[in-house]
Design a protein around this ligand. Sequence first.
Ligand SMILES: NC(=O)c1ccc[n+]([C@@H]2O[C@H](COP(=O)([O-])OP(=O)(O)OC[C@H]3O[C@@H](n4cnc5c(N)ncnc54)[C@H](OP(=O)(O)O)[C@@H]3O)[C@@H](O)[C@H]2O)c1
Length: 342
Amino acid sequence: MRTVEYTRHGEAAQVLTLREEARRPTPGSGEVLVRMLVRPIHPGDLIGVEGLPGQPEQQSGARTPGVEGMGVVKSVGADVRTLRPGRRVAVFPAPGTWSDFVVIPADLAVPVPDGVSDETAALMLVNPLTLRMLYRAMKKALHGQTGLVLQTAAGSSIGRLVSAAAVRHGLQLINLVRSTSGAEKMRTLYPSQLTIATCDDDWREQVRRHVGERGVQVVLDCVGGSMTQDLAELLADGGTLISYGHLSSGTTSLEALPLIARELTVRGVSILHWMSRAPRKRAEDVAFAQDLAQNTPDLLDVAASYDLADFKAAIEHARRPAKSGTVLLTTPRTADSGHGAA
Ligand SMILES: NC(=O)c1ccc[n+]([C@@H]2O[C@H](COP(=O)([O-])OP(=O)(O)OC[C@H]3O[C@@H](n4cnc5c(N)ncnc54)[C@H](OP(=O)(O)O)[C@@H]3O)[C@@H](O)[C@H]2O)c1
């Protein structure tokens, strides 16, 4: 069994290593052993490896990146009645999916609907569940009114899910991307939405011309850094900045934002809090993700696939500007890996 691991924070290509061992973990009561076949490289996985500035090392010992992916149930522990060996499952939250095997509680292994490919299944949970969390936060911030929403990094995998949801729900969305070519791509995909490239010197004026006196009610931001101040200035009084990522390397101090004078709200959203939702609510979210994978798999776009052992090349690809979709790490199927997509 192969496992990618690191023992200290640092540049991913330098601190990650591949370990091979003969031993496989065994599932305890209520758990399943999953032979992993495909797992994504999410920006958050790399932040986990590299740490954030000023963040102390969280624990000693070896850690394995990855929180989601898909595979086949290899064996089940005592008291597991819902899953049998051979079942294709998507897993989340499953710390350590950048390994050939993981052990997780059986109720966190979600059956993959028939007809959904392994690649789509590997992307079925984190981003669609994040979309649900962002959408709820956005609705709350809109207070039941129709208002303008602006999102950054709109060409990202999550950004395109938000754009598709906006079309479905008739939400007025403005997309920001950082390049002219990215803007052209978004305009082709979502012609009804205004897309503006922040490489244009006058991008702020372009937004202001469109929103006029109203201002923007909600900003969904995963870029952060120095752009935060510009985003806050585009908000209407009483508006909300929802922060859910930090793709840029800079920072903005809270004091630099007109929070008090303009009664702005800043709130965070993190998929890591999804488990605190009531089980019934989580089941609704999972059903949404399964439906999305089955009916709109093109929204879970794949940039490229690499063997798990080629994780360094895969990480380099995941960081390439202008890529479209998510980079996957794969484990070859063996005779006992169950059946492919039905
Ligand atoms: N809070 C949560 O629970 C949660 C969950 C999932 C994801 N996220 C966050 O959501 C964000 C998007 O994730 P993803 O998986 O959708 O990403 P992705 O598919 O890998 O796409 C990354 C996108 O970010 C853009 N980008 C990269 N660096 C940028 C910068 N400095 N300024 C502006 N744009 C930049 C890229 O633009 P180009 O096309 O121009 O290269 C690309 O469109 C990440 O910040 C991630 O951490 C948060």
